[in-house]
Design a protein around this ligand. Structure first.
Ligand code: PHB
Ligand code: FE
Length: 328
């Protein structure tokens, strides 16, 4: 065992494939050419390394997100905003009934630093876990180099709005954001602003479609505007959302272009609840007691609208806020 500067990250000696194993509480993680192997006192699990790294990348970059991040139907995390549960089988009916599920709670900095170390050690040169599978290299094989630049990329989080002076920059060829191959037809003009005299410095606008057409990553909502607790988090999607998100609040989706098919399941058991096909212009409100995973056959634009209020999970648990945002 070694301890890094981050403190108490349990990394072992490199195995014959060149990768370090890691311990976090009673959970043990190691990888070979194709898979991650995870074991805990009552069981074990295997996942393809590409799925695992894509899920881990999002959990790290989003700092454990809202509620539950299921890496698949067995492994995942629950964010308690200060501490994080790491679980195996906790939201899986079969594991629960067999009493084989396992859950451990960690201070956020410990699990954050451990996950960052795993992600960095296990990501080979040329593989970008945020990229569409057709726009990146292979994650498989013996350890070869790293891609620290990609796995530590900064997440866009506007303080007020993208494009406001001093806030997040607009995207352009010049600052390294070319138009994605799938969005070659997206108009690139910017809005004209006609401010009343005296207000010239206070009005701002930008072309969100242009902005999104230049996103190099997939399934990575970025905060482009903030109004108190209301966050607009658009994202560009291609292939499969690498996590199954278990909500702790309501989320609104606005499909801005193309199409995404959502599998919606019961948050706690995984039982299938709905299949939602969203076409350009469709709006959906995801209840707070579900989990969902999206499939996007062509690169598409999705607006995720979040209410970031820290009160919400408690209000919903106490029955003081509804699990459904609208009744029909
Ligand atoms: C979600 O879980 O709501 C989610 C996550 C990432 C995305 C889109 C939606 O890119
Ligand atoms: Fe979600």
């Amino acid at each position: 065992m070694t301890t890094t500067e981050a403190g108490a990250v349990g990394a072992g000696e490199r195995n014959k494939f060149g990768y370090r194993p890691f311990d976090l509480g009673e959970l043990h993680f190691w990888r070979d050419e194709f898979f991650v192997h995870i074991s805990w006192p009552t069981g074990g699990h295997v996942m393809s390394i590409d799925d695992f790294l894509r899920a881990l990348q999002r959990d790290v970059a989003w700092d454990f997100f809202y509620g539950i991040v299921n890496f698949d139907e067995v492994i995942g995390t629950v964010n308690h905003y200060g501490t994080v549960d790491l679980f195996a089988g906790r939201f899986n009916d079969a594991y629960r009934k067999a009493e084989l599920d396992h859950l451990e709670n960690f201070e956020t900095p410990l699990i954050r630093e451990t996950f960052k170390s795993i992600l960095d050690d296990w990501t080979n040169d040329g593989f970008d876990p945020f990229a569409s599978p057709v726009e990146t290299g292979s994650p498989f094989g013996d350890k070869s180099g790293n891609n620290t630049e990609a796995v530590t990329r900064r997440r866009v989080t506007a303080r007020r709005m993208v494009g406001v002076p001093g806030d997040e920059e607009l995207r352009s060829d010049e600052n390294g954001h070319p138009i994605n191959r799938m969005f070659a037809d997206v108009p690139q003009d910017e809005p004209e602003i006609e401010a009343e005299p005296g207000f010239e410095g206070e009005v701002c606008a930008y072309n969100l479609f242009k902005y999104l057409s230049r996103s190099p990553v997939t399934w990575n909502p970025s905060v482009v505007s903030v109004c108190k607790e209301s966050l607009y988090c658009p994202t560009t999607e291609e292939y499969i959302l690498p996590i199954i998100h278990g909500n702790d609040r309501v989320e609104w989706f606005v499909q801005l272009s193309d199409q995404i098919e959502w599998k919606v399941e019961d948050r706690d058991t995984g039982a299938l609840r709905a299949r939602v096909i969203m076409k350009a212009g469709d709006v959906a409100a995801m209840p707070s007691d579900i989990r969902h995973q999206g499939y996007s056959p062509k690169r598409s634009m999705l607006l995720v609208w979040e209410n970031a209020s820290p009160e919400l999970p408690r209000l919903i648990e106490a029955g003081k806020a509804p699990t459904n945002p609208v009744d029909f």
